[in-house]
Write a protein of this length. Structure first.
Length: 410
């Protein structure tokens, strides 16, 4: 009855639900990280525990494991949808994806992105299996071809120019698109089973939009979409801050000249975004419990344009850390970055919690990892940082003007 409903919605029950979601999230991260390390030749299998723990300790998410915010169950549902889709369990993929959208409407983007990510993974596996078959069946011919290629490579090369590089990219993209199209046509039943949960969720979401008239549930004026391009640079800063060790590992082999060149190219965009595409939400300046209240008032509002070089550098690190390999691996990470922009750019409010899901997905699809020692050091650093934040929350409350107690938090 009503009493039972109230009992399930009291503070302790809601916080217990959040804690349970956090433990389920850790389990899912372990499973996904295990798959990642198994596929990586340069990573030892036990390393997946450090990877999963490092992701689970993400400070902007870990803090809310002990409170009730929808971000925890949102991240758990999206990660669960990824795992279920990879396991080819369409019913569970639909259930977890639908729950993710119910919790946070913008997760419909991630449901679509996940189906495309797994489709690319299936194609990648198909291509690797096909290459192995050809290697075993045509070993003699391959040896002859390798000799010919070696002779050809010994000659002069004239394709080092930018035009040749762009032409090479265009031909590679065209070839990949045609190959993926052929792969989809050759396996219609498998592809339909893979994307059907996302399609059903998309249809239901369109029906919701028609009935509700907007993606927003609640105060529509406070969540009106804007072209908040600075969100992309804020996300890049968060990526470098919270995944610094792994981003440095991914940047091995990338020269400082290339890094600075990309940052220089991004600097005008950062300057334009900081001047014309940055917004101040009323929520941001109305609640002095949140750390972003002080970051905005004391740093971002007065010095945002002056920090454009830092934003450009962080964006360059994010892009180059993402561009670790070519082909499908790069396509998957660029797809995640596109989903990130689609979910955070329309948001007027600068809220670090919005970065949780894209940070998790981007890290889970990284092909290069740091050493066990470096990963362990990052885990210890995150534990210490999270402990400090929780200590401030518990031991240093302050009093609002109305006499109520407030505590510092994300």
């Amino acid at each position: 009855g009503e009493g039972a409903a109230v009992g399930w919605c009291d503070v302790k029950s809601l916080r217990f639900f959040s804690a349970a979601c956090s433990l389920l999230l850790l389990l899912l991260l372990c499973r996904l990280a295990s798959d990642r390390t198994r596929l990586s030749r340069s990573t030892k299998a036990p390393h997946f525990v450090l990877i999963a723990l490092d992701l689970w300790l993400l400070p902007i998410l870990f803090f809310f494991y002990f409170l009730y915010y929808t971000d925890v169950c949102s991240a758990m549902a999206v990660v669960g949808c990824l795992w279920a889709t990879r396991q080819a369990w369409p019913v569970l993929a639909f259930a977890s994806g639908a729950f993710a959208v119910l919790v946070r409407q913008t997760n419909v983007v991630w449901v679509a992105v996940i189906s495309l990510l797994v489709l690319l993974e299936r194609y990648e596996q198909h291509r690797e299996d096909k290459a192995k078959e050809e290697k075993h069946s045509k070993k003699a011919k391959d040896e002859k071809r390798s000799k010919k290629k070696g002779q050809q490579l010994a000659g002069p090369r004239y394709d080092s120019g930018l035009c040749s590089q762009i032409s090479s990219w265009r031909s590679e993209i065209s070839s990949s698109v045609s190959e993926i199209s052929a792969f989809v046509r050759s396996r219609p039943a498998q592809v339909v089973a893979l994307v059907l949960p996302a399609l059903l969720i998309g249809v239901l979401f369109l029906a919701f939009l028609l009935v509700n008239g907007s993606i927003v549930v609640g105060d529509r004026s406070a969540h009106a979409a804007v072209p908040h391009l600075m969100q992309v640079f804020y996300f890049a800063v968060a990526f470098v801050a919270f995944e610094g060790v792994h981003s440095l590992a991914a940047l091995r082999g990338v020269g400082s000249r290339r890094l600075l060149s990309v940052a220089a190219l991004l600097l005008p965009l950062a300057l334009v975004a900081s001047r014309y595409f940055a917004y101040e939400h009323e929520y941001l300046v109305a609640d002095n419990r949140h750390y972003m209240f002080y970051v905005w008032r004391r740093v971002l509002r007065p010095y945002r344009a002056h920090l454009a070089p830092l934003f450009a550098l962080c964006a360059a690190i994010t892009l180059l850390a993402t561009d670790q390999d070519g082909g499908i691996a790069l396509a998957k990470r660029m797809l995640i970055l596109a989903g990130t922009a689609a979910t955070i750019v329309p948001a007027r409010l600068v809220e670090p919690r919005y970065f949780c899901v894209p940070l998790l997905l981007l890290s889970l699809h990284s092909t290069k990892t740091s050493s066990s020692g470096a990963a362990c050091a990052q885990v210890i650093a995150k534990i210490a940082f999270n402990a400090m934040l929780l200590t401030v929350f518990v031991r240093y409350p302050f009093e609002w003007g109305d006499g109520s107690v407030a505590r510092f938090m994300w």
